[in-house]
Design a protein around this ligand. Sequence first.
Ligand code: GAR
Length: 195
Amino acid sequence: MKKSRLAIFASGSGSNAEAIIKYFGNHPQIEVALLLSNNAQAYALERAKKYNVPSKTFTKTQFQNGEVNQWLKELNVTHVVLAGFLWLVPEIVLTTFPHRIINIHPSLLPKFGGKGMHGHKIHEAVVAAQETETGITMHEVNEHYDEGKILAQVKCAVLPTDDAAMLGERVLKLEHEYYPKVIEAWVTSSADRPR
Ligand code: GAR
C-alpha cells in the first residue's frame, strides 16, 4: 500500500516540525514529503535539512497563485500539516485538500485564538486572565484563523507561580508529545473518508 505523504508548513523555530519528522521517520503508513516555509530565516528549514527532508521557501504570491499547490501535487502530498505556520491558507489549497489540512494551536480554542494570537502572546494572555488551565487544540483548517473542526484537545494546569515563558514550555512539551499521535490517527482514519 502507498504511504500517505505529509507536507509540513512552518514559519519559525520548527520544534513541532522536528517532532513530527522524527515520529514518522520509520513509519509503515505515513511519511514526510517536504517542509515548506514562508520565512527563509526559519530554523525549521535547518531542522528539515538535518533529517534529509526536502524543503522549500515561498512567497505570498506563490501561495496564492497556486504555485505552492502545484508543488504539493507534484510530490503526491496527501495531507497538509501546519506547525507554527502564521499565514492563512488560500482557497486553492483548501479546495485541493478538503478535510486534509490540520493545525495546532497552543490554547484551548475557542479561547485565546484568532488573528494575531500566536506563540508567546497566547501564554501571556492566559496568565493575565488568571486561567487555571490551558492546553493545546488540534483542528482542521478552514479560511479563518484557528477555526475548523476540533479533532483533539489536551489540557494542562496553569500554576499561580507561572509566567508566560514557563507556561509556554509546558504547553510546547504537550504539543511535541501529542501532535504526531493526533496526526497519525487523523491520517489513518481519513483513508476511508471520501474526499
Ligand atoms: C507552537 O506553539 C504552535 O502551537 C504555535 O506556534 C508555536 C510554534 O513553535 N502556533 C500558533 O500559535 C498558531 N496560531 P515551533 O515552531 O517550535 O513548532
